[in-house]
Design a protein around this ligand. Structure first.
Ligand code: BTN
Length: 264
């Protein structure tokens, strides 16, 4: 097992300022991927809210098997959740996390970030953060328990030359640049608030805020899905968090997965 960093864990716990999400905290200088460590802890009954944090990842992963470049200067964390809502609602957790992330960015930097449905956060059209949600099941006391690990990667001071095309770091705009530990405290508190709303009232409680932060509506988009590629105008988010797109044929289609590119 990778070596934990007790000093960093202490700093992160202090930054939580009483929040329930973010503890217990497992912080490392370097791991393969915080997702792997969090999945292992989830299978060993780690409680809801547990956080795995790394200063660097050797094999950080993004969606669809992509690599997530993870040198020093970014936030790399995974949270273990044990949601009580139905299995069909669990994909909404990426949107819950995206909302918490844009609100933390706004709170700490004043920058107006936008959510690119379903998993990306953009500033000035460039990707500054990505979210990955992975569900798994554990047999516990005769019944199956579901856990979801949400991974959040945020480029804070990462050198732009280390990042892939289309990505950027908050430091390119944020003056002063927020300290990553302070950022974590704000992020986890925002997460706790949005997650609680979603747990208590479901997606409808967070939909208006997501619509406000969405950078897609009214824009022409290309969407790549397992069932094909589509072009059209993004119009809305439905009551389940699906993206509604008016296709060039005039038909409005609801997407529950997909990779979106803005056409202009
Ligand atoms: C994406 O945009 O494709 C999702 C990127 C998710 C990256 C984060 S960094 C922390 C956690 N650990 C990983 O290996 N991936 C996620």
């Amino acid at each position: 097992m990778e070596k934990r960093d007790p000093k960093l864990e202490q700093q992160l716990l202090q930054a939580l300022n009483g929040a329930r999400i973010g503890k217990p905290c497992y912080a490392f200088r370097e791991v393969s991927s915080t997702m792997d460590v969090a999945q292992r802890l989830a299978s060993e009954s780690a409680p809801e809210g547990a956080c795995v944090w790394a200063e660097r990842q050797v094999s950080g992963r993004g969606r669809e098997g992509r690599l997530w470049v993870s040198p020093q200067g970014g936030i790399y964390c995974s949270l273990i959740l044990r949601p009580t809502r139905s299995v069909g609602e669990l994909p909404q957790l990426a949107l819950v996390t995206g909302l918490a992330t844009v609100e933390a960015i706004q709170q700490l930097t004043g920058l107006s970030a936008a959510i690119r449905w379903p998993n990306d956060v953009l500033v000035a059209g460039k990707k500054v953060a990505g979210i990955l949600a992975e569900a798994s099941t554990q047999p516990t006391a005769g019944r199956t328990q579901i856990s979801v690990v949400v991974g959040i990667g945020i480029n804070v001071t990462t050198e732009p030359s280390d990042l892939p095309e289309g990505a950027a770091s908050l430091a390119q705009w944020a003056k002063p640049v927020p300290d990553r530990v302070v950022f974590a405290g704000a992020l986890f508190r925002q997460f706790e608030r949005v997650y609680q709303q979603w747990t208590d009232e479901g997606f409808t409680a967070i939909r208006p805020a997501l619509i406000r932060w969405s950078g897609l509506f009214g824009k022409l988009v290309h969407i790549r899905t397992p069932s094909g590629r589509f072009d059209g105008q993004a119009t809305d988010l439905d009551e389940a968090g699906r993206l509604l797109v008016r296709l060039d044929s005039g038909l409005v289609r609801a997407f529950d997965v997909g990779d979106v590119t803005l056409l202009r």
